[in-house]
Design a binder for this molecule. Structure first.
Ligand SMILES: Cc1cc2nc3c(=O)[nH]c(=O)nc-3n(C[C@H](O)[C@H](O)[C@H](O)COP(=O)(O)OP(=O)(O)OC[C@H]3O[C@@H](n4cnc5c(N)ncnc54)[C@H](O)[C@@H]3O)c2cc1C
Ligand code: FES
Ligand code: FES
Length: 481
């Protein structure tokens, strides 16, 4: 068991949890707060949404997350806000009241999750647009009400409270920031966590990480966990049990975005939501923004990291496909130093990567060049769906001649790949309709997709052809006028 201390709504809680317990089970079965609901246990339905506040750079940052995907041990030092902390049957929170007034509730099973997602939105965004409301709610499934009335309730709240956003905060929020900041100075992982159980280790710095790895008898076979959005699904659903974890989500040195000469460096621990907010990425790499907006849901993007997307080695990892097209390099770090590898060389076979024992993905280096870029994802739903096939293209041009080209594909091989032949065919070519047709047929010969649950070989081949046409249609609409 691990001793943890955190704020639950307005109260400080000191308790102990086993390392293999997720926050949803902890809230329902240990805290006996049953307002938070369980639907899928894999991040798909949003019924279990809670809001968590974490101190970062002396400020508290709140995010809505799926509690089924968070190890309970991670509550240590945080502020946990559950539906019970917002309103009660006799005293509804304004968001709950609006859902009632606008007929946004029938069976009510999804409602706590919907309320918490909206609360997370209003905490961070004082004047959300309709689009922001869509984004905040895309990870919440409702089977019986219909989303229109839920949306109307959210728009009502946005308008009603735009000049008084603090009225949406429960009274304990006035003191909580101060309390949480001083509380975090007081608590230290190493001191508080029961050292006898070392199957879950949460280093606070790279030094601590590599020192703990030094003691190989203890930590050699540790599974790295960052956001946990891939691993917790493995644990909850596939019952893939790992013996030991090394949790790198508290290491601030891998959470950064900065310019370096003609490149941008993104720390592997940076979450998708943090990348979305970053000005350098918005300005210089907008393709990354539009891709991330198609990944998972707001709750997933709030905890999932760029390093996890690469480290998971999924054949259809969306951002990884784009990063291969952008010619990204990985900076890997171990106790003996740093090394750099091309992301396109990082994958060896299905789920086999170039990472050595006791080494982590430290950062991703993306060259900044004047390029035309495009990303396409073939999935059944717009949000919270994994692609059957995805693709990205990055072209450097001089007038109408392509001077460099990189086409990356996901879902056609055991890992995301660079289409070497099709990319090199494009080099030196003038963009015409014929060039685009020819590149499609080269790709057809180059890829060897397999049939599985997400699509047959033939379907994937067709998707690739269609996606390539869409890339060129987007980038050179005049060709198809
Ligand atoms: C509901 C849902 C929807 C999703 N939708 C999408 C989607 O649309 N597109 C998509 O691409 N993905 C999607 N995902 C998958 C997942 O969210 C992403 O792959 C995410 O980027 C994983 O990041 P993480 O930090 O949560 O990884 P974790 O689960 O913490 O780790 C994933 C793997 O990477 C390894 N790892 C993590 N960080 C490092 C590091 N720094 N160094 C070395 N190894 C590391 C871990 O050991 C593990 O094997 C979805 C997942 C869920 C649950
Ligand atoms: S229970 Fe469905 S997202 Fe957590
Ligand atoms: S009100 Fe029944 S699932 Fe949404």
């Amino acid at each position: 068991m691990f001793n943890i201390s955190f704020f639950l709504n307005g109260e400080e809680v000191n308790t102990s949890v086993p390392s293999n317990l997720n926050t949803l089970s902890f809230i329902r079965n240990h805290l006996n707060l049953t307002g938070t609901k369980e639907g899928c246990s894999e991040g798909d339905c949003g019924a279990c949404t809670i809001v968590i506040g974490k101190v970062r750079n002396e400020k508290v940052r709140y995010v809505a997350v799926n509690s089924c995907l968070i190890p309970a041990i991670r509550l240590h030092g945080k502020h946990l806000v559950t539906i019970e902390g917002l309103g009660s049957p006799d005293n509804l929170h304004p968001i709950q009241q609006a859902l009632l007034d606008y007929h946004g509730i029938q069976c009510g099973y999804c409602t706590p999750g919907v309320v918490m997602s909206l609360f997370g939105l209003f905490l961070n965004n004082k004047r959300p647009t309709e689009n922001d409301i869509h984004n905040a709610l895309e990870g919440n499934l409702c089977r019986c009400t219909g989303y229109e009335s839920i949306k109307k309730a959210a728009i009502f709240i946005a308008n009603r409270f735009k000049n008084y956003p603090n009225k949406l905060l429960p009274s304990y929020f006035t003191e909580i920031n101060k309390k949480l900041l001083s509380f975090n100075k007081r608590i230290l992982w190493k001191q508080d966590i029961n050292e006898t159980y070392n199957n879950y280790n949460i280093p606070k710095s790279l030094k601590e990480l590599f020192t703990s790895w030094d003691d190989t008898s203890k930590y050699e076979s540790c599974k790295i966990i960052n956001g946990g959005t891939d691993l917790m699904v493995d644990i909850n659903i596939k019952k893939n049990l790992y013996n030991k974890f090394i949790d790198i989500s508290e290491i601030e040195e891998i959470n950064f975005i900065r310019r370096k000469n003609h490149s941008t460096l993104i720390g592997a621990g940076t979450t998708f939501s943090e990348i979305l907010e970053n000005c350098i990425i918005k300005l210089k790499l907008p393709i990354i923004i539009s891709t991330i907006l198609q990944i998972g849901s707001q709750q997933i993007r709030n905890i999932a990291t760029i390093g996890g997307n690469i480290g998971n080695a999924s054949p259809v990892a969306d951002l990884t496909t784009v990063l291969i097209a952008l010619d990204a390099k990985l900076i890997l770090k171990s106790k003996s130093g740093l090394r750099k590898v091309n992301l396109s060389d990082f994958y060896l076979s299905y789920k086999k990567i170039l990472l050595r024992t006791n080494e982590i993905i430290f950062a991703i280096e993306i060259p900044i060049k004047k390029t035309l870029t495009s990303f396409e994802k073939g999935a059944k739903r717009k949000a919270v769906d994994i692609a059957s096939v995805n693709s990205a293209i990055c072209l450097e041009l001089k007038n109408r001649t392509i001077t460099n080209a990189r086409i990356a594909l996901g879902g056609v091989a055991p890992f995301p790949v660079l289409a070497v032949k099709a990319s090199s065919y494009l080099k030196g070519k003038i963009i015409t309709k014929d060039t685009t047709k020819k590149v499609s047929s080269i790709l057809n010969a180059e890829i060897k997709p397999i049939s599985d649950l997400r699509g047959s070989k033939e379907f994937r081949t067709l998707l690739v052809r269609n996606q390539i046409t869409r890339h060129f249609l987007k980038l050179f609409p005049e060709l198809y006028a």
